[in-house]
Design a protein. Structure first.
Length: 413
């Protein structure tokens, strides 16, 4: 931190340089857009959400803005990592945003102050313990939101590695963390930075002498002690930059690959159908035509008598479909393709793959789901009839079809 010349009361201290302020502004804009377009998607039926969808031009535009803002946040986060590494490895700037033992002492001193047992608050350095905890919460929130956002953006890829419960869990974590982050910014950050004492340093980059005395007295004392490090010799600076460069290149390469995988690997499974334009129905106002009379009257159909057997003395009822005609290829496979292949297809949740007859009969980690010739003891029937399946459901007609197929021998073709 540098300061200009003049009397101590008129000195201006540089707190944040231009690079840090630009990072803050870009992150602020992307975070605001993420909250503005993300929370309405969590509460889509709220009147406020519907109003926001109307402002941005619909749910698809809201998702597009949300995804674009997420990409911007990922880019600025990686840039921040590279910038911090440069300051630590090359410029040898102290790591002042990580909590240390002194921060625990500051918490204890502040508690005594708030209880009236101490005359003044703790003497903070460049960052207080509250600012450090907020910074760590930002790092944690960015990681959680990035991972869960990827899982929802690429659900098919996620289910190749994780069970079917992973995507709903990611949705719950993403929405909950979003609410927590927005509330933390509005309640905590806004109060400490803009209400309790309006701090303009993140926009101007500077603090006055009075603000330094009030907010960062320990850092002010360190500056006035004239123990600031001198300039780095060019040879030493160049050597440190050579050490930093390969690390930065590896991070950039990994991020570029991950960024391509994140954005372009697959199209999200959640695509809203386009609304069709409303058009008036054309109905001509003409009289309903009547049939032309024929010269020869058409005889009315007569019912064909059904022979009555002597043994039963009644007319036989219509026979149900023959169960022996049911096969996997024509009847059962299309049913499972429609109902179950999202989780039990190539992803094989629980080891069960219903894509082919052979894989289906082999079963998964819980054993074969089908028992040929015995539908009553088939695990798949017990699973659906008992309502134990957490996601899928089969109608009574569909269950009867599967039972008939099993009792007929569970034929493939």
């Amino acid at each position: 931190m540098s300061n200009d010349t003049g009397s101590p009361q008129t000195k201006i201290y540089v707190r944040f340089d231009l690079v840090q302020r630009l990072q803050h502004i870009v992150f602020l804009i992307s975070f605001t857009l993420l909250g503005f377009t993300g929370l309405p998607q969590k509460f889509p039926l709220s009147p406020i959400s519907l109003g926001i969808f109307g402002i941005v031009g619909g749910i698809e535009n809201a998702r597009l803005i949300h995804h674009t803002s997420a990409i911007v946040m990922m880019i600025v986060s990686v840039f921040h990592v590279l910038e911090v590494l440069y300051r630590v490895m090359v410029l040898r700037t102290p790591i002042s945003m990580i909590p240390w033992i002194s921060d625990a002492i500051h918490v204890y001193e502040d508690v005594l102050y708030y209880l009236g047992l101490r005359k003044h608050k703790a003497y903070y350095g460049r960052y207080s313990y509250a600012e450090k905890m907020e910074y760590l919460a930002l790092i944690w929130g960015t990681i959680v939101m990035g991972l869960t956002g990827f899982m929802m953006w690429n659900p098919i890829s996620t289910l190749r590695l994780l069970p079917g419960e992973a995507v709903p869990a990611a949705k719950a974590a993403h929405g909950g963390e979003a609410i927590l982050a927005v509330l933390a910014i509005i309640i905590w950050h806004f109060y400490h930075v803009h209400i309790k004492l309006f701090n303009k340093s993140m926009f101007t980059g500077k603090l006055s002498h009075e603000e330094m005395e009030h907010e960062h007295p320990a850092e002010l004392a360190h500056i006035n002690s004239e123990q600031q490090p001198g300039s780095i010799p060019p040879a030493v600076l160049r050597k440190r930059q050579y050490m930093y460069a390969p690390i930065a290149i590896v991070i950039l390469a990994l991020f570029s690959y991950g960024f391509y995988y994140f954005v372009g690997y697959e199209t999200t499974a959640v695509v809203s159908p386009q609304l069709q334009p409303t058009l008036p129905v054309y109905v001509p106002q003409t009289a309903t035509p009547s049939p032309s009379p024929t010269s020869t009257p058409t005889p009315l159909p007569t019912a064909t008598p059904v022979p009555v057997t002597e043994s039963s003395g009644s007319v036989p009822a219509t026979e149900p479909p023959v169960a022996a005609n049911l096969t996997w290829d024509t009847d059962i496979a299309p049913l499972f393709t429609q109902k179950c292949l999202m989780c039990h297809g190539a992803t094989a949740s629980g080891g069960l793959n219903l894509s082919t007859y052979a894989d289906a009969m082999k079963g998964g980690v819980s054993g074969p789901p089908f028992t040929a010739g015995d539908s009553a003891n088939s695990p798949v029937i017990a699973k659906f009839e008992g309502g134990k399946h957490p996601y899928a459901a089969l109608s009574a007609e569909e269950l009867d079809k599967i039972k008939a197929w099993l009792d007929a021998g569970a034929l493939e073709k």
